[in-house]
Design a protein. Structure first.
Lengths: 189, 189, 189, 189
DNA sequence: CATGAATGAGTTTTCATTCAT
DNA sequence: AATGAATGAAAACTCATTCAT
């Protein structure tokens, strides 16, 4: 399944951190999941915390990478906002466990390591704000507080990790479309 | 300050669980915070998990109690939705630490105890759905998937616990107003 | 035997550190020796290293305390040197295990903690140097390098921890007398 | 530098055992120091303990070999004692790290292996005793307890490993001369 | 009500050694 | 000769909980 041992370990850790939380997952649990002895894990990871850091980093980098590209497109802000929402849904629903680790467990890192993640998630928010601000500036969007608007939309998109069910009736695409519509037009008749 | 010792303990626990997470907070930490010996805590709590359960229960009950009332009012759905958002903001910003414990730590409870919290939070969502569905039925709101709509609005309101800063420029009231406007009318010009 | 639990633990540790060395002695070994569980030890010590530090500190403080007094006496340097040698023998032979820990194991402490011991042992040497220098100045002793002389005499006295046998034929007093004679008059006929 | 790989490994081990002690030095540390993988070391050594044994053996054999020759010379005991002291200083100051390993770490060997070293160091003491006894018998030296005398002189010479500084003001030769003078004539004016 | 000693199971991590390649 | 993955035992330390006083 996994292309190499580290990936296998990280995948097991992601699943366990998602299910039980970082601290309730022992190194023994991870070792059991990949069929290694506890001690052998340390060929692949430096320690448990570094493993969490790598997982969280990989996750937020995935979010940032493409949003960076979307932000820079020369298309209407409205189109880019829709792309941003779809992109976000793709990542969250594509690996909901890893997203959960990022959003719920990363704060457990030591200040220094958490700072790395914090910086990257702040960057992610900034990209959303950029798009919205441009839309407000060119009057595609009603004027307002771009940051608050971004926090509102991003909040509803982030929350998805708490309720999305891959066996549910709707595809991620459909849900994302619905969320786009709500964000753009609101709920009033 | 605290009206009794249990309240004092719970308050210390809330603060510590918020800062460091449930598992990273030791019973010793809590004891230190209230100036008791570890052993003495057990006169007031049954065990650490029960303490978490009580905190989470108190929190979600606070959310549910008034929303129950709001839902039952005979006023337009639009008004009740606005009240729901304001109510939510009041509770989150009124005790952001307790909200954090509810939203981020409660899943660490054993299945049985987590079930209690899960049922109550599901109930909370249902109340939002009820209001929205009524608005859709009487054509105050555009027709759509009331549950998805509730998840979207509730998501953006829940996320507030991650970024709200009591020393920020805007009052909770102002932010809530802004969020109501966005939910109702969207961002398009 | 021991007047309190910490003393009991320290005594067990001294004996084990002497026999097997600090690193070859596990916390479990110490716990076994005093009939406690491993975890219970930590009511009395902060950690294993602090235990070593306390033992080494107690030991060197014992050496320094009385030599300080001897150095300050207004008696001939020769008398004080003899007292110093006797004092040293008393301490070494009175608790040869603790002396062994001080002389052989203290360097294993972290730099910071070892620094504390190093400073105190340097002080001890200085006291010997003081006495010898005064003897050289007032011509009780042949003139020479007081520090080298001190290192020579102290060296032969320290080495005692390696060979002294409490079941041997001579009492510490007798050995000390013999060493005094050698130091003062040499071996030549 | 090293003539072969084993020498290189032993040299690295000597340095590390001196700095950190035997148990605080991991096989990994030694491997790192010589630029090999941990596993590769085992082509050159049987195990860590055997490495310590070989180092300690080499060290004590160096001490014994020439003292054997000195003891057997047909020259006055006084001359041979002076040669013994100079010889000892040459070895200690010529490789103070190896001497440290011999004097401070060898006791960590298992009983059987430590026995080998113990026998050789006992032999070394015996050679000193022989010389001194001959000096006492032929009245070059004052009569007395030859073994105690040897322990006194050897002690001050051994202690050198604790304080000798190759960047110090005096050469090993000068220090040895000074120690010879003290041993022979004492410190009294 | 409060203490603090004691527990015992648990945690993460280290490490000397082996061995197939 | 060299590697590096794997082991398994052991290390120091933590912690929620109990209970006699």
């Amino acid at each position: 399944m996994a292309t190499n041992k580290y990936e296998e370990i990280a995948r097991a850790a992601i699943q366990l951190f998602d299910e039980k939380g970082y601290h309730a997952t022992s190194v023994q649990d991870i070792a059991d999941a990949v069929g290694l002895q506890k001690g052998s894990l340390y060929h692949y990871i430096e320690n448990k915390e570094e493993l969490l850091l790598r997982i969280a980093s990989q996750s937020i980098n995935g979010f940032n990478h493409e949003l960076e590209i979307i932000r820079n497109r020369k298309t209407p802000a409205r189109d880019r906002l829709i792309q941003a929402i779809h992109h976000h849904f793709n990542i969250v629903t594509g690996d909901i466990q890893m997203t959960t680790v990022l959003l719920r467990e990363a704060f457990l890192l030591s200040d220094e390591q958490h700072g790395i993640i914090k910086k990257a998630t702040d960057r992610y928010l900034d990209l959303w704000v950029d798009i919205i601000k441009e839309g407000m500036d060119n009057q595609e969007f009603r004027s307002g507080d771009a940051r608050l608007t971004a926090l509102s939309i991003l909040g509803s998109c982030n929350w998805v990790y708490r309720w999305y069910d891959e066996h549910g009736a709707r595809t991620p695409q459909q849900i994302a479309d619905y969320f786009c519509d709500l964000s753009l037009k609101g709920i009033l008749a």
